[in-house]
Design a protein around this ligand. Structure first.
Ligand code: 0RA
Length: 690
């Protein structure tokens, strides 16, 4: 690609520091040495290539997962400089890879585009320090250069291998297993993160390839020397390609793919060089037929799930602009003195993405979840407000549809408020005695207490008998709970089931929600391993997602994993949680034949005992498939599902709030056809994996 800005050479690197501190305290640089930190290595290397694309110097990036846990990131940018750096006396390439903070000092004034995000942008040298092996390849000025490193130490000087017609950088690294607890890359997570990144750089070709497992014939093709893109080798492996001409506009369209838009056109504005503190503001939005807002915020391409100053500015401008437009175009009745939209009214059903780029950036807290820089607020407010006002004037059909949608929200708000006030103020929840259905635990310390939400009265009965009553409380749920996705708080609390649950949790709900009052630090959903069970679980997760999100964020919500099979041979009783485990158990018992399969609810209990007794004598193996929790007796339920020493719990995490939101939308929202196709295509997945 053509060079745009002033030429850069090695002399601009100024800060010098070795890599020892990184290996001593990796957490300081990449957060954790768990899965987050491991994946952070990829983001770190990718970010450099992405910045090269954002600057207009590259338009193609490839991230490849290779055998032996190698990760490879390639781009067609300018190539990392290879000339000798004055201060270090070694190549700029070596300096960037072996000197802490050196990478970040490129860009800024030199290139005018690179913006540093703090945790991101710690530099590729950190990745080098935490890798057993790194290969850096540079195609630049007609030549192909290379250098390798072991745990951050160069194996040889940067060397010129030969001529090259290509241009760009390829970084291949292998994370150090003595640093990371476990080296397992999560394909889904990588694809999700990179897709999101692809939206942030317009018209960038981004490929993600999973070439970890290759057949022998394919393996031969994988001689990487001099090859810039593995995609070009046409391997038969999983891969994804992302290319979004419209940038954030495409992201809004993607977020709305399962929704019903209330107007046709997506609003979009991009403004560069807003003022001295803000390099760029970009906003896209479209309203859909839904109640909740979905706003995604980015600062320097870092996703901010907790929003911050840019979103504050956005909301202020949104409210003001829509009020002005409605007033000017006589949408408000003259008689109504209280006419006007509140901040909440204009957010109902909005899908928006706001992105800012700043040379100096401040986040609140360690995780970069919330933008703190004050300048972002005014910049977004003025850039977006002005552009959105103009757009409304130029798109009267869209404007009218949006205003009508907001007017509907106002009406609903007034109706709901009246109902909610009566429910909440009258103390329907607070001070109310615990529901009779709840078998509470003895402990009053939330840290020690667990609440099992159990499907059905019969399983509830077994759970009550089998539990450790000191710390385990049981709340049986009868049948389906209300689908809360589209219901308002007032309607929800009219449901006995939900009211019981809310009272049991102790936190109350809505404006008066208080996580400090939570009565259990483990809230465990225990439903059957069938379609109904999956549905109830989804409904509960929707409820938690919509109204008790802090509980999800704090990691208080779990899903019990009851076994699928009981396998018995004489006195030898074992449980299997998957089909694979079942076969392993059978193999371990030394049987592949002579198996008797049974289902408890086809047989009377006496018969079952007889069969078991017969099994003891003949050495026959009996396999029972549990259709529901209710089929287990109290002891079995305790032993397999409730006993903290043996049970398996799956913690529900909102790793990616957007992804969870999407699944709930599909499963619970208005768009019936996409729900159908989602359920059909995911029918085999037993767990709703959010
Ligand atoms: C420093 C200076 C220049 C480019 C880069 C670094 C650079 C780094 C990475 C990391 C991955 N891909 C990259 N591409 C470029 C500017 C070089 C110039 O002015 O020619």
């Amino acid at each position: 690609m053509a060079e745009k800005k002033k030429n850069y050479d090695a002399s601009s690197i100024s800060v010098l520091e070795g890599l020892d501190p990184v290996r001593k305290r990796p957490g300081m640089y990449i957060g954790t040495t768990g899965p987050d930190g491991l994946h952070h290595l990829i983001w770190e290397v990718f970010d450099n290539s992405r910045d090269e694309a954002m600057g207009g110097f590259a338009n193609r990036i490839e991230v490849a997962l290779l055998p032996d846990n190698y990760i490879r990131v390639a781009d067609n940018g300018r190539g990392i400089p290879v000339d000798i750096h004055k201060q270090t006396g070694v190549s700029a390439l070596e300096t960037i890879l072996t000197v802490l903070h050196a990478g970040g000092k490129f860009g800024g004034e030199n290139t005018g585009y690179k913006v540093s995000g703090g945790l991101h942008g710690v530099g590729v040298s950190v990745v080098n320090a935490l890798s057993t092996h790194v290969i850096a390849e540079v195609h630049r000025d007609g030549a192909y250069h290379m250098q390798e490193y072991n745990i951050g130490v160069p194996k040889y000087k940067t060397k010129k291998i030969g001529p090259s017609k290509q241009q760009g950088t390829v970084i291949t690294f292998q994370a150090d297993p003595t640093i990371f607890k476990e080296i397992v890359y999560d394909w889904k997570r990588i694809v999700t993160h990179l897709r999101q990144q692809a939206y942030l750089v317009k018209a960038m070709h981004l490929s993600v390839i999973d070439a970890r497992e290759l057949e022998e014939t394919q393996q031969k093709k994988l001689d990487l020397k001099g090859v810039q893109y593995i995609s070009d080798l046409a391997l038969e492996v999983p891969h994804q390609h992302f290319y979004f001409e419209g940038g954030l506009r495409s992201l809004v369209a993607f977020n709305n793919q399962y929704q019903k838009p209330v107007h046709k056109n997506i609003f979009y504005i991009e403004k560069n060089e807003v003022d001295s503190a803000v390099l760029a503001v970009e906003v896209a939005l479209q309203y859909v037929d839904d109640l909740s807002p979905r706003i995604s915020a980015f600062a320097n391409n870092i996703y901010n799930p907790e929003h911050g100053t840019h979103i504050t500015g956005f909301k202020t401008a949104l409210t003001r602009t829509l009020n002005n437009y409605a007033k000017k175009n006589n949408f408000f009745s003259v008689k109504d003195k209280d006419a006007g939209f509140t901040g909440d009214d204009v957010l109902e059903g909005i899908t928006a993405v706001v992105s800012v780029k700043m040379p100096e950036i401040q986040f609140e807290g360690q995780t970069k979840a919330k933008l703190g820089s004050v300048e972002a607020r005014g910049a977004v407010e003025s850039v977006f407000g002005e552009a959105f006002g103009d757009w409304l004037e130029e798109h009267p059909d869209d404007a009218k549809a949006i205003i009508n949608k907001v007017i509907l929200a106002v009406k609903a708000r007034k109706a709901a408020k009246a109902a909610k006030d009566s429910v909440l103020r009258k103390g329907a929840l607070e001070g109310m005695s615990l529901p009779g259905k709840l078998a509470d635990c003895q402990s009053k310390r939330a840290e020690d207490s667990e609440l099992f939400i159990v499907e059905g009265d019969s399983a509830g009965g077994s759970a009550k008998m089998g539990r450790d009553r000191r710390t385990q409380a049981i709340l049986p749920l009868r049948g389906k709970i209300l689908n809360v996705e589209r219901a308002r708080i007032d309607k929800m609390l009219a449901s006995e089931q939900i009211k019981n649950l809310v009272i049991a949790l102790g936190t109350a709900i809505g404006d008066v929600f208080d996580i400090e009052k939570l009565r259990y630090h483990k809230v465990i959903i225990a439903t059957d391993a069938d379609v109904d069970g999956a549905h109830i679980r989804t409904l509960l997760l929707t409820l938690f997602y919509r109204y008790f999100r802090p509980l999800l964020e704090a990691g208080f919500i779990y899903i019990a994993q009851p076994p699928l099979y009981k396998i018995q041979r004489g006195k030898d009783v074992r449980f299997a949680f998957t089909d694979v485990e079942k076969f392993a158990v059978l193999k371990d018992m030394g049987v592949e034949e002579n198996i008797e399969e049974g289902e408890a609810d086809d047989e009377a209990p006496e018969e079952e005992e007889e069969t078991a007794a017969a099994a003891k004598k003949t050495g026959k193996v009996r396999i029972q498939r549990y259709k529901g929790l209710g089929e287990m007796n109290a002891d079995e339920l305790w032993e397999t599902t409730m006993n903290p020493e043996h049970r398996v719990l799956k913690q529900v995490a909102i790793d990616d709030a957007q992804m969870a939101d999407k699944i709930f939308d599909i499963l619970m929202g208005t768009d019936v056809s996409s729900r159908k196709s989602f359920i059909q295509s995911n029918a085999k997945l037993a767990n709703l994996d959010i």
